[in-house]
Design a protein around this ligand. Structure first.
Ligand code: SF4
Length: 308
């Protein structure tokens, strides 16, 4: 990937820092950050930047998180309104220390964005909330455009890749969401490169599809550092094409598969494709208003004057 740089990249970086926000793009050292940020696509990470889980593939820091920041939903909404995003993705660290896993912050952020930008479609990439049905219901009640939750890996490798998650709990989350809000498309994603076989991937895709998932992403695991799980194998472009083809045959509306595909990569296009829209029907992104050189202007009174 090209070195991340460019006008919008730099502006977004400053905006995120000024509003004291976090993005998974930076925290996870995503290889697509230059491309996405220059297209004004970012995945905002709620509930701080310290996770209560320690997954072997993930670059996000593990530890004792800061207390919940009640002002975060409003600041995220202001950033999204300022960028005039038509499609936004929200995710979070795992907050197993909170009674609802942080679901109320997802709901509050969705509502804050909808208040400011009623046309902005918001995808949420949620943790499993330890299987708490009330937490899931709270997020669904705030009307996300897509509910996404990553299964991450095949059943056999779950204990190695993300020991605090559970394969069957993920499937149950989707079945429950499909019952509670059948109008909200469900999405999931997994990585290859941890030693899984093609047949195990097929089994995984069948399980997800049967649980109600309609949109699927498949990407290559890349080791963030020497302290993380090693890459067992790099899958070839032809193998990714096979996975995509098999996924579509199993019944998904849309499958994005490729070495650099990440859960939120081309998220807006994925959601449109699942609704049968071609990329050209999405329309051009709204023109970006220049972010003032004087960063103090990116303050709340200015943003409050913005038309929603
Ligand atoms: S793929 Fe997702 S996490 Fe990576 S830079 Fe793009 S929006 Fe951020």
């Amino acid at each position: 990937m090209p070195f991340p740089a460019g006008e919008h990249y730099q502006d977004l970086k400053t905006l995120v820092a000024d509003l004291q926000l976090h993005t998974v793009c930076e925290a996870a050292r995503c290889p697509n950050i230059g491309e996405c940020w220059n297209q004004r696509t970012a995945t905002f990470m709620l509930l701080g930047n310290v996770c209560t889980r320690a997954c072997g593939f993930c670059n996000i820091a593990t530890g004792r998180p800061e207390p919940v920041d009640a002002g975060e939903p409003e600041r995220v909404a202001r950033a999204i309104a300022y960028l005039k995003l038509q499609y936004a993705v929200l995710t979070s660290v795992n907050r197993d220390d909170l009674p609802d896993g942080g679901a109320h912050i997802f709901a509050a952020t969705l509502r804050a964005i909808h208040d400011r930008l009623p046309d902005c479609r918001v995808e949420v990439l949620i943790p499993d909330f330890k299987g708490d049905p009330d937490a899931l219901a709270a997020v669904l009640a705030a009307a996300p455009a897509v509910l996404n939750h990553n299964v991450e890996t095949v059943r056999r490798l779950g204990a190695v890749v993300h020991p605090q998650a559970k394969y069957d709990r993920t499937l149950e989350l989707f079945r429950r969401a499909a019952r509670l809000a059948p109008e909200i498309p469900l999405k999931s994603g997994y990585m290859v490169g941890h030693g899984e076989t093609f047949d195990e991937c097929v089994e995984l895709m069948q399980d997800l599809c049967a649980a109600g998932v309609r949109i699927l992403t498949v990407g290559q695991y890349l080791r963030p550092s020497q302290q993380h799980l090693p890459v067992e194998r790099y899958w070839t472009p032809a193998e990714f094409a096979d996975l995509r083809e098999r996924g579509l045959a199993i019944g998904f509306d849309h499958v994005e598969a490729g070495a650099l595909v990440r859960s939120s990569y081309h998220a807006r296009e994925q959601e449109a494709a699942a609704h049968g829209q071609a990329p050209h029907e999405l329309g051009a992104p709204r023109p970006l208003r220049a972010i003032p050189a004087d960063r103090s202007l990116i303050t709340l009174p200015v943003l409050q004057d913005e038309p929603s």
